[in-house]
Write a protein that binds this ligand. Structure first.
Ligand code: SF4
Ligand code: SF4
Length: 269
């Protein structure tokens, strides 16, 4: 298994205007944190990305990280609003492959409070980057924020073009696209290209899984947004992953977080 994204919870203390995740309001599986660790250790992905919602709302998040198989490389995404001092005291920076700090300027948490945590983590050697969603209402803040985080404080600032989702549709005009292209990195270039085909064979569901808080397993986040069916539940003893890559007809709306993890092959009609 190449990668698993674990949406530890959809619940979040933030309510970002463009967030589809907390709107889903999916219940937690009626299991213990140890049950989750047992399943994740069994699947043993090369990379496990723990995200949410806000995963540090789980009072056992540090225990979970400490108990996961050390062979699983860990990514973690947080909005940095929770107290991270126990995490820093108990989890050495070498245990973490990447730590994404999501900065959401529409929320009450101040830029300085956010930066304080980012610098604390950076000083302890955690591989952090600040992620920013280029939602149209905050798109034009990018140069100012990039300067603040990268130039003034030495923290990498990554721009994620806003993934059009059914709840908050928006069509970028040409000037917005041209502006955004200057700041989106190579890993997001595909978002501005005409897709040759919307139909691909994709490894999601085979070597990449998306786990929901209730244990439901989807091929990827994009198919969660599209309300495509799950491929089973991780706590079902009969659960099986796809044996081979399968067809997908949603390539055009494939989210960046998924594209980072899968292998796709264009299928021509
Ligand atoms: S911090 Fe993240 S999970 Fe929480 S509301 Fe904002 S985008 Fe959604
Ligand atoms: S191409 Fe994208 S949307 Fe389609 S299954 Fe793969 S990861 Fe999901």
């Amino acid at each position: 298994m190449k990668a698993i994204v674990w949406v530890e919870r959809t619940n979040c203390n933030n309510k970002c205007p463009y967030c589809i995740v907390y709107h889903k309001d999916i219940p937690q599986a009626p299991v213990t944190w140890q049950d989750w660790v047992a399943k994740l250790n069994y699947l043993k992905p090369a990379v496990l990305d723990i995200t949410g919602g806000e995963p540090f709302l789980n009072p056992n998040m540090v225990d979970i990280i400490k108990t996961l198989n050390p062979g699983i490389n860990l990514g973690i995404t947080t909005n940095c609003t929770q107290d991270l001092t126990r995490f820093i005291n108990e989890i050495p920076s070498r245990r973490i492959l990447s730590m994404t700090l999501s900065y959401h300027p529409s929320q009450i948490f101040s830029k300085e409070a956010f930066l304080g945590k980012a610098l604390m983590l950076k000083n302890r050697g955690y591989p952090i980057n600040v992620n920013f969603v280029a939602y149209p209402e905050q798109l034009w803040l990018i140069p100012e924020l990039k300067n603040y985080f990268e130039v003034l404080h030495g923290v990498r600032f990554h721009v994620d073009p806003y993934s059009i989702n059914p709840l908050f549709p928006y069509t970028l005009n040409q000037s917005e696209i041209d502006f955004l292209k200057q700041y989106a990195g190579k890993d997001r270039e595909y978002r501005f290209k005409e897709a040759g085909s919307n139909k691909v064979k994709c490894s999601a569901g085979h070597d990449y899984l998306l786990l929901q808080p209730n244990g439901d397993v989807f091929r990827c986040m994009t198919l969660v947004w599209k309300d495509a069916g799950s491929i089973g539940n991780i706590f079902d003893p009969n659960f099986k992953i796809h044996e081979t890559p399968q067809l997908c007809e949603n390539f055009i709306s494939c989210a960046g977080c998924d594209m980072d993890k899968v292998t796709v092959e264009v299928v021509n009609d």
